[in-house]
Design a protein around this ligand. Structure first.
Ligand code: S3P
Length: 163
């Protein structure tokens, strides 16, 4: 990997965190997961941040994370929250890989616990609507669109070839 960061974007459940970990196993680059860092900085879960302070507050934290990475971090794997590309300049952080997965596949990967952790995935119809409105945006801010309906190994290999 050259000095740029590898930035993973995509809808909830598209496999960003899993692929970030798999990339780390191969190239040992630092993984920075925006949701985890925000949760640990705030001392609250994403769900609690949304319910206590609202979505706008969370999006501001995401954009601060994004600006920090853009100015201070190189050679890292950045795993983003599913909404970040709609609100922040993800390209400023590095090379952007959109993990594209059909909504039906996402649904089949989600259990009750995963839904429960995600304030914007409370029911399938509203999540599908969100998915449809976001798709074009993900595509337009990605340097590369990766078919996420492949083995973890195939996905990581494709990303590493493009980095
Ligand atoms: C969100 C996705 C979540 C998390 C928050 C909002 C979104 O991250 O940032 O619940 O707007 O799509 P994951 O994509 O890791 O689930």
């Amino acid at each position: 990997m050259n000095s740029t960061n590898c930035v993973l974007i995509g809808f909830m459940g598209s496999g960003k965190s899993t692929i970030a970990k798999a990339l780390h196993q191969i190239n040992h680059a630092l993984v920075l997961d925006s949701d985890s860092i925000i949760e640990s900085n705030e001392g609250l879960s994403i769900k609690e941040i949304f319910s206590l302070y609202g979505e706008k507050y969370f999006r501001d934290l995401e954009c601060k994370f994004c600006q920090f990475i853009a100015h201070n971090v190189q050679n890292a794997i950045i795993s983003t929250g599913g909404g970040m590309p709609l609100f922040c300049d993800v390209q400023s952080m590095g090379k952007v890989f959109f993990l594209h997965l059909e909504f039906e596949k996402i649904l089949s990967r989600f259990n009750a616990e995963e839904r429960n952790q995600r304030p914007l995935f409370q029911n399938d119809d509203s999540a599908l609507e969100l998915y449809n409105t976001r798709l074009k945006h993900y595509q337009s801010c990605a340097h590369y669109v990766i078919n996420a309906d492949q083995s973890i190994q195939a996905i990581t290999q494709e990303i590493l070839e493009k980095l």
